[in-house]
Design a protein around this ligand. Structure first.
Ligand SMILES: O=C(O)[C@@H](O)[C@@H](O)[C@H](O)[C@H](O)CO
Ligand SMILES: [Mg+2]
Length: 405
């Protein structure tokens, strides 16, 4: 039996416009693998976890034994699960898949069963201060060939709205050395959101798929009302309508609306979505490689989802590095129940630090044919962008109550 012992485990933190944590595993024969370990706003917790508690357990292990390494790290921790643990585990898992595919001389998707489709359909983000601005941004995506666009617009009377930023193309919410404070009004938002989609359908027509992200801001009955109000505009999905810590909350939303529901970018394991999937309470599961235990665990979530008619819809914001983007594309190209992949373009600085084989054309992405993930880390360039502490915003209701961001 061929053995590929792990010789070295390194963690790199770089900030080419935003922070990324990258794990690099090197085997005794010199093969390297990369894994993304970025947890937006809590990056250094994962760095410490990897360096102090995971790396010592990897040295000398056979890099080929991905499933066994996953189970050993997960079950062996005793305190298992949660975003820090599962992000660290994901980084190890993806780096090992990268190594295995490089050793096989194949792009990773070939080891995951081969291509199930010609490409991975993606959606972009159109955001604007007003409905008109948002529609103008959406038209730019249509012109670039996108088949699906997420629309977020500022709400009159509210100083800021989730998803709306000055930099339209490279949206970056983690913008403060201390958290920025936003104010939220559910009633202003609920009155405004349907107007956005009515105007969007009039201006963009019906051939483009439209999506919307509520970012965990509604109660179940409010989400039900919004889902019903949006039904005439035929959304591809309504995302994160309510905080999903209580999976049963989705029963109320589901009973009231046929607007398709997506959830799960903050989920770290199958246990966060087991009820949602088994009861058919959602249509798309947004768990993704980096925060849900890597390719090994995400495949198990996707397999459960498949038998319940739930499709994948992996998170792909800019705080997920090009290493995750590549992993998501290999996964999306091969998985049987692929739905849609989010793609927020990285800045040119980020693309330069992480040269990659994946590409975009005609609204679809492809991971490329390079062996492994097809992403490298330019360590020299990465070192020129030192870590900068950055927090996601926090949210308060108009009366000052601390709320979900
Ligand atoms: O759907 C999305 O992409 C968002 O919800 C993210 O932009 C999210 O706010 C960030 O990933 C938080 O780190
Ligand atoms: Mg989201």
């Amino acid at each position: 039996m061929q053995i590929e012992p792990i010789a070295r485990v390194q963690v790199f933190v770089t900030c080419p416009g935003r922070n990324f944590v990258t794990l690099k595993i090197t085997t005794e024969s010199g093969v390297t693998g990369l894994g993304d370990a970025t947890l937006n706003g809590r990056e250094m917790a994962v760095v410490a976890y990897l360096e102090e508690h995971v790396a010592p357990l990897l040295i000398g292990r056979d890099a080929h034994r991905i499933e066994d390494t996953w189970n050993t790290l997960h079950r062996g921790a005793y305190w298992r699960g949660g975003p820090v643990d599962m992000t660290a585990l994901a980084a190890v898992d993806v780096a090992l898949w990268d190594i295995k595919a490089k050793l096989a001389g194949l792009p990773l998707y070939q080891l995951l069963g081969g291509a199930s489709r010609s490409g991975v359909t993606v959606y972009g983000h159109a955001n604007g201060e007003t409905i008109e601005d948002t529609i103008a941004e959406a038209k730019k995506y249509v012109a670039m060939g996108y088949k699906a666009v997420r629309l977020q617009s500022g709400v009159p009377g509210m100083a800021s709205t989730y998803g709306v930023s000055k930099d339209k193309m490279f949206y970056e919410p983690a913008d403060g050395a201390l958290p920025t404070e936003n104010t939220w009004s559910t009633s202003l938002y609920l009155n405004h959101a349907p107007k956005l989609f009515q105007a969007a359908r009039e201006a963009l027509g019906w051939d483009i798929e439209l999506l919307h992200d509520v970012h965990h801001r509604l109660t179940p009955i409010q989400a039900a009302r919004l889902g019903k109000a949006l039904e005439p505009y035929n959304l591809f999905w309504l995302e994160d309508a309510v905080p999903a810590d209580n999976q049963a909350a989705f029963r109320i939303v589901r009973q009231h609306t046929t607007t398709p529901l997506a959830v799960g970018e903050v989920f770290s394991s199958i246990w966060s979505c087991k009820t949602l999937i088994e009861e058919g309470l959602i249509d798309y599961i947004r768990a993704t490689v980096v925060h849900a235990g890597g390719i090994t665990h995400l495949r198990k979530i996707a397999a459960l989802a498949d038998i319940h008619h739930v499709k994948t819809g992996c998170h792909g914001a800019t705080d997920l590095s090009p290493v995750t983007m590549a992993a998501a594309l290999h996964f999306g190209l091969s998985v049987s129940n692929f739905g849609l992949q989010e793609y927020m373009r990285h800045t040119p600085e980020t693309d330069a630090v992480f040269p990659h084989a994946y590409s975009f054309a005609d609204g679809m992405m492809h991971p490329g044919e390079a062996p492994g993930l097809g992403v490298e880390l330019d360590e020299g360039l990465a070192a020129t962008f030192p870590y900068k502490r950055a927090y996601l915003p926090v949210n308060r209701l108009e009366d000052g109550t601390a709320f979900y961001w």
